[in-house]
Design a protein around this ligand. Structure first.
Ligand code: AMP
Ligand code: GLY
Length: 423
């Protein structure tokens, strides 16, 4: 089989390594991929948002199955376009991808179907938004409506910050058209859990839970990033909480999308907060999380491609989706100093062969035959072990063996989870 994966991050690298375990897979193409992914797939420089280019490539290269991983192409209708030319795909169509593409849509969906989430109001008028803020409890959360590369969320500590956030989104358009509508919502507290789920619209199978580390520096300090590391499973996510989530959030969401005529097929990502009043949805994503995927897929014992094809064929109920529930995984991201702000590119990356299997490359290119960093988040290093402390230690031992100038990583990935396990 010829497989096509759209995207260029560590998540795509993890998906590719997992798919390649299926013996029927002959060739994997990745558009655009990156210099590190090139070790495991044929990368072709067609951008993930170039839907026409992707469809042309897929048609010309006898692609049997395509996996569309990032939010942009999903929201732009990449799955619709590939399906229209007869290529089966993993990922939601455009109508369903709106669950991530518009926060206003997802908040209204939750309200309509009684799915627990933070109380909120949506505004398209800046003066009304600012008037609304005047007697509200602080902190308060301001979100740009559309995709904003994970940066469109501001937690304002006081009224001045909240007003500034609204102005920057609605008047200064710091997130472009995403700021035409803003969602203002209640600030929730509690541990955060990421749960990815396979669903074909009839059946929903949650994957092992995980914990992201979004801040750039140790002790959750510094700016928000695309994720500096993950562990799985998430110790806060007990079997009882999982049952509550299935009943009050996961299945109601699948059913709500069906009722709206927007059946979701693919990987639905639930960003949850375990509040004192029970689990609530912070956000939905219409795709695998990054770097959650880098700890979740290494724990998958079933064949990924088989599960994905079952989602496409709406036969998910018939396949086994088994995770190594007695094991733990830890992924440590190595970034270039200065990330998520300015950072330097072009430093040579050396990855010894003995750790290469554990590495998912996110931001690297090949230059003069050498692998060099081309992004802020450069790569992730994952280990699976019988216990979480062993997985953490193994990942940091591998990090020691990988080199590029100006590399940095958080030293405390997994420590919050270990603390929770002792509580
Ligand atoms: P999002 O892009 O919606 O995932 O938001 C980014 C981060 O902002 C989340 O991971 C939370 O840590 C935080 N956040 C978002 N919404 C809320 C909320 N209503 N209350 C508290 N924190 C939030
Ligand atoms: N790790 C969060 C995300 O993928 O959106």
């Amino acid at each position: 089989m010829n497989i096509l994966v759209i995207g260029s991050g560590g998540r795509e690298h993890a998906v590719i390594k997992s798919i390649k375990k299926n013996p029927a897979v002959e060739t994997v193409y990745c558009l655009p991929g990156n210099g590190g992914i090139a070790a495991d797939a044929t990368c072709v420089n067609i951008g993930a948002k170039d839907i026409d280019g992707i469809v042309k490539f897929a048609s010309e290269n006898k692609i049997d199955y395509a996996v569309v991983t990032p939010d942009d192409p999903l929201v732009l209708g990449c799955v619709d376009a590939l399906t229209a030319v007869g290529i089966p795909c993993f990922g939601p169509d455009k109508k369903a991808a709106i669950i991530e593409g518009s926060k206003a849509f997802s908040k209204d969906l939750m309200k309509k179907y009684g799915i627990p989430t933070a109380a909120y109001e949506i505004f398209d008028d800046m003066d009304k938004a600012i008037a609304y803020l005047q007697n509200k409890d602080m902190p308060i959360v301001i979100k740009a409506d559309g995709l904003a590369l994970g940066k469109g969320v501001i937690i304002a500590q006081n009224l001045a910050e909240a007003e500034e956030a609204v102005r920057s989104m609605m008047a200064d358009k710091v997130f472009g058209a995403s700021g035409d509508h803003v969602v203002i919502e209640e600030f929730l507290t509690g541990p955060e859990v990421s749960v990815l789920a396979f669903t074909d619209g009839k059946t929903l199978v949650p994957m092992v839970s995980s914990m992201d580390h979004k801040r750039a520096h140790d002790n959750d300090e510094g700016l928000n990033t695309g994720g500096m590391g993950t562990v799985a499973p998430n110790p806060y996510y007990t079997a009882d909480i999982a049952d509550v989530c299935m009943e009050t959030i996961f299945l109601p969401t699948m059913n709500a999308m069906n009722a709206e005529g927007r059946t979701f097929k693919g990987c639905l990502y639930f960003g949850l907060m375990l509040t004192p009043k029970g689990p609530k949805v912070i956000e939905y994503n219409c795709r695998f999380g990054d770097p959650e995927t880098q700890v979740v897929l290494p724990l998958l014992e079933s064949d990924l491609l088989t599960v994905m094809q079952a989602v496409t064929n709406e036969t998910l109920a018939d396949v086994e989706v088994k995770f190594a529930t007695d094991q733990s995984a830890c992924c440590v991201i190595m970034a270039s100093a200065g990330y998520p702000q300015s950072y330097e590119k072009g430093y040579e990356i050396t990855i010894p062969a003995e750790v290469a299997d554990s590495v998912y490359v996110a931001g690297a290119a090949i230059k003069d035959g050498k692998l060099v960093n081309s992004g802020g988040r450069v790569l992730g290093v994952t280990s699976v072990a019988d216990t979480l402390p062993e997985a953490i230690a193994a990942s940091y031992a591998k990090v020691e063996k990988i080199h590029f100038d100006n590399a940095f990583c958080r030293k405390d990935i997994g420590q919050r989870a270990l603390k929770a396990m002792k509580e």
